[in-house]
Design a protein around this ligand. Structure first.
Ligand SMILES: O=C(O)c1cc(=O)[nH]c(=O)n1[C@@H]1O[C@H](COP(=O)(O)O)[C@@H](O)[C@H]1O
Length: 241
């Protein structure tokens, strides 16, 4: 199989709230970035027209709405976003096996109906803003984060999902449990030139890839820098090592 280029592995998070900001940012960033993530802030403010704009620009789209509800509701939500023709979308693994199975079935049903490539459906495990102390003291879990992430990743795979969102710190364990074809999408990536902000489980771009992350999600270090185009280029360089 042909090796994926680093540009195919970088997803820039567009955490802004207007279509015009998306237009400006994507122009500034230029051709180096192929993938963009549209999250709640942007999609709730502007809706499907953001997806249309990014498609006109030939960009790949990860629609990150993190569904977490009963199986029937999540299955319906997945159908709605799959119909938009996005390349990737996500649900929360903590919604359970049945919820994820129904989501995976709904996703394939739409792809069959529309005769198109299925949207990659991935599960959010433990958010990268949570560390071991918060995990135990606030959320009441007794396990290590890495064990919980591996267990939820396996459950997502068993449910028929294509991968997970996790921190790169857990990538090795996920790969071991779920194999090489399972997507490991990792936010909490911090290049050498940026602050960690509210992220707790972080890693440098090159190290994350070395541990087995398949895609890196990076927002503020690029989008809030003085020169988003140059910052994206620097991140791509740091991915090389
Ligand atoms: O699902 C996500 O994309 C996600 C999961 C997670 O555990 N942590 C996390 O930061 N994210 C998203 O990844 C992006 C990270 O942005 P920065 O911290 O600015 O690089 C944000 O848009 C978050 O919503």
């Amino acid at each position: 199989m042909e090796k994926m280029k680093n540009a195919d592995r970088l997803i820039v998070a567009l955490d802004v709230n207007t279509v015009s900001e998306v237009g400006e940012l994507t122009e500034k960033i230029g051709e180096n970035v192929i993938w963009y993530k549209v999250g709640m802030e942007l999609f709730y403010a502007e809706g499907p027209k953001v997806i249309e704009l990014l498609k006109q620009k030939n960009k790949k789209i990860f629609l990150d709405l993190k569904f977490h509800d009963i199986p029937n509701t999540v299955a319906g939500a997945v159908k709605s976003v799959a119909k938009l023709g996005v390349d990737m979308c996500n649900v929360h693994a903590s919604g359970g096996l049945e919820m994820m199975k129904r989501a995976a079935d709904a996703n394939l049903e739409i792809a069959n109906k529309l005769q198109c490539t299925p949207t990659k459906l991935i599960a959010v495990t433990v958010l990268t803003s949570i560390d071991q102390e918060i995990f135990e003291k606030e959320l009441g879990f007794e396990s290590r984060i890495s064990d919980k992430v591996s267990a939820w990743a396996k459950m997502a795979k068993d449910a028929g999902l294509n991968g997970v969102v996790a921190s790169a710190q857990e990538a090795e364990g996920i790969k071991e449990k779920c194999g090489d074809d399972f997507l490991i999408v990792t936010p909490g990536i911090r290049p050498s030139f940026s602050a960690s902000n509210d992220q707790k489980r972080i890693m440098r771009p090159f190290d994350a890839l070395a541990k087995g992350a398949t895609h890196l999600v990076i927002g503020r270090p690029i989008t809030q820098s003085e020169s988003p185009g140059e910052s994206a280029e620097l991140v791509l360089k740091e991915m090389e090592g």
